[in-house]
Design a protein. Sequence first.
Length: 427
Amino acid sequence: MGYLQGPKLSSAQVDGDAVVESSDQTLRLFANQAIAEIDPDAVTVAPAVDATASSEGDLISVQFAQALDYNTEYTVSVEGVTTASGGPESTFNYSFTTGEPDLYYLDRGEPNDEIIRTGLTSQDRTVVFAGAGIQEFVPVGDVVAFTTAAADRTGTLTLANPDTGITEQVLLPEIGEVADLDSTRSGSLLGFTISSTDPGPIPTISHTLYTVDLDRGRDVVPVLDLDGEPMRVTGWQFVPGTTAIVAVTTESTLVRVDTVTGLIVPLGGYFNFDRVSADGSTAIVSDTTGSAAVTLSDGTDVRLQPSPIGDEQPFIGQTDANAAGDLVAKMVLVGESGASFSSVLAFDDGDESRILYKTVDDKGAILDFRVSPNNQFVAVEVQPNVSTLDTDGYVMSPSPRSVTTYVVDIATGAVTRSVEGFSAIWR
C-alpha cells in the first residue's frame, strides 16, 4: 500500500529566525523512506520566493535565495517525490511562520536616558537599561554595552545585564574617547574605537580599533593592521551575520579583517566609510571622485549615481546597497532656483528612484537610517523641524531633543510604526 501511495512527509526542520536574517537558509523535509533524486526546480514557495531543492537519502533540502519576510506564513511545495525504486509521485507540502527582529533604540531624557527594546508588530516598550549620559549603545549577547563621556571627552565602556540588573565597567587599555560601538548580530564579539592624542612633535589622534569577546572574558585586544601594529580607522563595522570586520584605515585603505585568523584583505583606496549593507554584501565608501559600493567578496566597486525621482535628478548621501544593486539612500532634491531643497529617503532600483519618506512640508531633516537585515523595512531617524535648534548638548553624540524613528516598509513606503528616540539597531 505504501508503494502505491508514494513517499510521505514525516517531519521538517527550519529556523524561523535564521531565514529572515540572511539568504541561503535551508528548510529540511524528511520523508518516511529513501527517495529518488528530485528536480532542483520542483519546489514552489508561497508567497513567491526563489528557491531550489536537492535530495539525499530520505532528506529534501530547500534553499531560499533570499532572506524571507518577517512574521509571514510560507508554504513550501515539492512535487514529483518518488521512492528510490520509483513508483507513484507525491507532493510534499509544509507551512511555517517566520520570526521578527527586535528593534533597539535610545530615548534620552531626565533624569535618565533609556535603552529601549521593541518589536515590529508589538507596541510593547521594554526598558533594557536606564542611566544618565548614554552616548552610544549596542546589544551584544545577553548584555547591552554603552559609553559615557566626561566634559573632556574621556570615555567609559560599561556592560549592563537587563536580566540581573548588574552593570560592569570594562577596563580599557588607554584613556581617550570611546566611540563607534558595534557588535556581531549573534555571539559575543564587541568592537569599538578609543581615540587619544599620540605624543610627538606633531600631535595626532589614534582612533585605534579594539574588540572584546565577552564569552571569553574581558580582555580588550587591538585589531592588528598589515604591519602588525594596532589598526587605526576612520570608520568600521562588523559584516552582518559574521565576525568579520570592514574598516577604512587612517591610511585611506578599505580592508576586510577575519577576526578569527587575523587575515587582512585590502579592498582599495578610500577615505570615508559610510556603512556595510544590511545584507553584508557591500561597503559604502567614498573617495575624491564620489561614493561607491564595494563588493566585499572581491573588491569590485560600483559608483553610486542616483536614478531620477520623477523628472528631478537628486544628489545622493548616506546609502545602503544590497547584493542585487538596489539602493536605499538619503537624497537631496534642489529647487529650480537653487534656493530651496528637500531631503528625502528613497529606494533606487537602478532605473528610477521613489520616495520612501519625506518630512512634513520639508521642514524636518532625515538624520540617519538603518535597513533591516532582510531588506524589508528601514528605520528612519527624523528631526521634525530644523528651525528649532535645540540639542541635548551631549559631548560625543549630541542629538536634537526631538527625534522620532519611523519604521517604513520598503516595498510600499508605508509607515508601520514610530517610536520616540534614535540610534535604531535591528537584532
